[in-house]
Design a protein around this ligand. Structure first.
Ligand code: PBG
Length: 329
């Protein structure tokens, strides 16, 4: 019987390194940080061990740690003091993420700052846009100008990349035009245009205090059962001028990452969301899984076609590389 001897290429660690197809680098990782407007707080998020809400006045220490670990980019989420029906904190030039961005750019000018353009952390009802008084649903077109205002204020604060996550139709083209008119034609848009209405965001909503007070997000975020719809979203965003595309969540959506990879040549970002983090951390803590599953999961996202990964594990992965627990060469 004739057969192939695949094991020839698995005989030693050097041999395996030689033929390894996927490498996770520090520069692939984007680290999310939750910044609180109220002072003197460093509070662990109960559903996300190792992730903290941090006040602006305590942010310097966190940024130093991130920078020294070799992380090259961060994304800030804000927990404002004040929320209202129109999410005014989102487009306040001195709002919480704008201030975090200014501080970061002052201390570490080369650290890439990505800001999330959405209203949900700033509205008292927790939805990503304005509520229509009659339908009680999020109103697409009246929300767009506020998103543009938010994106421009973020660019003015020095953001390197604008990442709109609101899932309103037309947000990419409107924000692109707004940025161009305000003199920010050089600032790229990382679109969260393929964002599913996922229960895996639960712990994030604890961390960002952004759970909707009524209803859910299914009239604007995508149905997890759909695949072709992601292709429609992708093509709209490409036509509208997206420079990078986020697929979110990541682990249950590796097929979507692969579809997007096969269909476009712009960089793809996998968002390894809060629920994926919480599941994995709890399983490791309980002794059910080995810590190396973190690498296995992130590798699977890159193997599926992601170029970059937004992950709460970014610091941990950098430490694993530094300690020699993960050989990425
Ligand atoms: C804001 C936003 C959310 C996440 C990122 N940006 C929450 C949501 O849409 O409900 C979730 C990220 C995560 O779960 O880690 N719209």
């Amino acid at each position: 019987m004739q057969f192939d001897r695949h094991r020839k290429l698995r005989t030693s660690s050097y041999m395996r390194d030689l033929v390894r197809e996927t490498h996770l680098r520090k520069s692939d990782l984007i680290y999310p940080i939750f910044v609180v407007e109220a002072p003197d707080i460093k509070k662990e998020v109960s559903s996300m061990k190792g992730v903290y809400q941090i006040s602006l006045n305590l942010l310097e220490k966190e940024l130093k740690e991130v920078y020294e670990l070799g992380i090259k980019s961060v994304i800030f989420f804000g927990i404002p003091n004040h929320k209202d029906a129109v999410g005014s904190g989102a487009y306040d030039p001195d709002g919480i993420v704008q201030e975090a961005c200014k501080l970061s750019k002052k201390l570490y000018p080369d650290l890439i700052v990505i800001l999330d353009t959405c209203l949900c952390e700033y509205t008292d009802h927790g939805h990503c846009g304005l509520i229509h008084p009659e339908t009680k649903d999020v109103d697409n077109d009246s929300t767009l100008p506020l998103l543009v205002k938010t994106a421009v204020s973020q660019a003015q604060a020095g953001a390197d990349i604008i990442a709109p996550s609101n899932m309103m139709d037309g947000f990419v083209v409107e924000i692109r035009q707004g940025l161009d008119e305000a003199g920010f034609a050089h600032v790229p848009i990382m679109s969260y245009g393929i964002k599913y209405a996922s229960k895996f965001y639960g712990p994030f909503r604890d961390a960002a205090e952004s759970t909707p007070s009524f209803g859910d997000r299914r009239t604007y975020q995508m149905d997890p059962a759909n695949r072709l719809e992601a292709n429609r979203e992708l093509h709209s965003d490409l036509n509208e001028g997206a420079d990078m595309m986020i697929v979110k969540p990541a682990l249950s959506y590796l097929d979507i990452i692969r579809d997007v990879r096969n269909d476009t040549n712009i960089p793809i970002v996998a968002y390894n969301v809060s629920g994926e983090y919480a599941m994995t951390v709890n399983a490791i803590e309980a002794g059910l899984l080995d810590k190396s599953v973190i690498i296995e999961q992130l590798d699977s996202m890159k193997r599926a076609g992601a170029d970059l990964i937004i992950t709460y594990f970014a610091k941990e992965v950098c430490s694993m590389i530094d300690r020699g627990e993960y050989n990425n060469e």
